[in-house]
Write a protein that binds this ligand. Structure first.
Ligand code: 13P
Length: 261
């Protein structure tokens, strides 16, 4: 079983068009045979991303940070999955904790977003994770179960899925969950997925870790068998650090991987 490693940059509500152009002109990684890179920009920059991606020597896929739950119509301010596809979006975040916390997105809305993305052939990246209080009270497993069940029950649509495990307290705090701890949670997540997917399909689903990942610690996560990539916020804003991060991950070889008992 081989899952292609995935490094996703999430710029959140940051950046500018000149910053994007500069980032894309600087981004470079020589050996990307086993690594895909995705850049999730704010929506207004998707056009510039599409235009400049075409000229890049090392590929960066386009990602979005949100999608409408509706396929189209009179919903002021919303952007449909079909519109994202027009701009070449390949991956879209769903259920990021910042949207859960600040934008009151509901489980129904997340379910509809997943369906809309699958219908347009875009891969959803479903973000899950517990708060500090839930973590301290030993509720991680129960929270993750709930966050999966509310969108996958009774049966997920037959489309590709990526999970991103982002413990809320690790986001933007400079205090990442350690790689061994993240591995434990990822292993549990893969087991939970068996409730909806065949064992073989669970082995194909990529699970990313996110929360204070940077160019110094990123490679450590990829040494663990159930961690298939990283979702990076502030550590992705500067092209040179992002390049260093990607190179460090690409350099992890199988002899450095942690064998579990
Ligand atoms: P930071 O990497 O800034 O902690 O953000 C993580 C995140 O939320 C990515 O989606």
């Amino acid at each position: 079983m081989t899952r292609t490693q995935l490094v996703m940059a999430n710029w959140k509500q940051q950046g500018s068009e000149p910053a994007l152009k500069h980032w894309l002109s600087e981004v470079s990684v020589p050996d990307l045979a086993k690594l895909s890179r995705v850049l999730c920009v704010p929506l207004p920059y998707l056009a510039a991303l599409r235009q400049q991606r075409a000229t890049l020597q090392s590929p960066v896929l386009a990602g979005a940070q949100l999608v409408s739950a509706w396929s189209g119509g009179a919903y002021t301010g919303e952007v449909s999955a079909a519109m994202l596809r027009e701009f070449g979006v390949a991956y879209t975040l769903v259920g990021h904790s910042e949207r859960r916390q600040w934008l009151q997105e509901t489980a129904d809305s997340r379910r509809a977003q997943l369906a809309a993305l699958w219908q347009q052939g875009i891969t959803p990246v479903l973000c899950v994770g517990e708060t500090a209080a839930q973590h301290q009270q030993g509720q991680t497993f129960a929270v993750l179960w709930q966050q999966l069940a509310e969108v996958l029950d009774p049966q997920p649509a037959p489309g590709p899925l990526v999970l991103a495990y982002e413990p809320v307290f690790a986001i933007g705090s400079g205090q990442p969950l350690s790689a061994p701890d993240a591995q434990q949670v990822h292993q549990q997540l893969r087991q939970l997925l068996q409730h909806w997917y065949s064992a073989a399909d669970c082995q194909q689903i990529r699970i990313l870790y996110g929360g204070s990942v940077n160019s110094n610690n990123a490679a450590e996560y990829l040494r663990y068998p159930d961690i298939d990539g990283v979702l990076v916020g502030s550590g992705s804003l500067k092209a040179d650090s992002f390049n260093t991060l990607c190179r460090a991950i690409a350099a992890v070889n199988t002899s450095q991987c942690v064998a579990l008992p």
